[in-house]
Design a protein around this ligand. Sequence first.
Ligand SMILES: O=P(O)(O)OC[C@@H](O)[C@@H](O)c1c[nH]c2ccccc12
Length: 264
Amino acid sequence: MADKLDEIMAWKRQEIAPLVREVSVDELSALHAELPPVPSFAQNLRRADGGLAVIAEIKRRSPSAGAIATGVDAPTQALRYQAAGADCLSVLTDHKYFGGTLDDLSSVTAGFALNPPAVPCLRKDFMVHPIQVRHAREAGASAILIIVRALSDADIALLYRSATAAGLDALFEVHTQPELDRAIAAEAKIIGVNNRDLAIFKTDLALSEQLIPGIPDGVIAVSESGIHTAADAARAKACGAHAVLVGESLMKAADPAALLQSFR
Ligand SMILES: O=P(O)(O)OC[C@@H](O)[C@@H](O)c1c[nH]c2ccccc12
């Protein structure tokens, strides 16, 4: 089967080609100093009460699920998640495959400025170049995604350095033990095990059970994808996850607050 992730990454490089220019670490540090501060993504993933933190995702559609909630207004959904007690948000900004936009992220963070407290937001997209880090910071993100499998070690190091300079955390996404080893070698502080195989789109929580115990102490562990019930969340917590990243089930929930509370 053709690998969907390869297809998406090739598209992403094509999509951003017209925007690409040299973006230095100094430029990103200066930008960070200039812009209003953003709330810490990492900090919110460690709950004082020891409960499982929840990263609630805004996702209209996906290659695996098809339409999820195509008509949803991002800032409205963000305030619903805020009211439901989400610790962090993940906002899809890829349009072609997930129906999101960078404007969604900007309007979510602008909405929080008017309705505090701000919930830290991950820019969920396929990062390949520091210009995307700049755009993430300008849109008010607190973190970016680094998909280990899709990037060389050199690209990972550059994106991570860029994110740090811009005052952003990085969620390293892994799916295999060698990818986890690469994330650890890159000194990732937040590692997410994606239970969904990005080549074939099947989810299996056993992957978190296999890989999360190997995430070093001091690193925040996240279980991503395929979490639908309290029992799923309990499985993630039992193997050592500090947080879960949940999209589809929260997007479709009639009562997201009740579902979110049940995950803790
Ligand atoms: O909708 P789910 O099964 O709860 O999954 C959420 C999230 O983990 C998933 O959207 C995701 C994980 N890694 C990604 C990378 C790109 C886009 C999307 C994703």
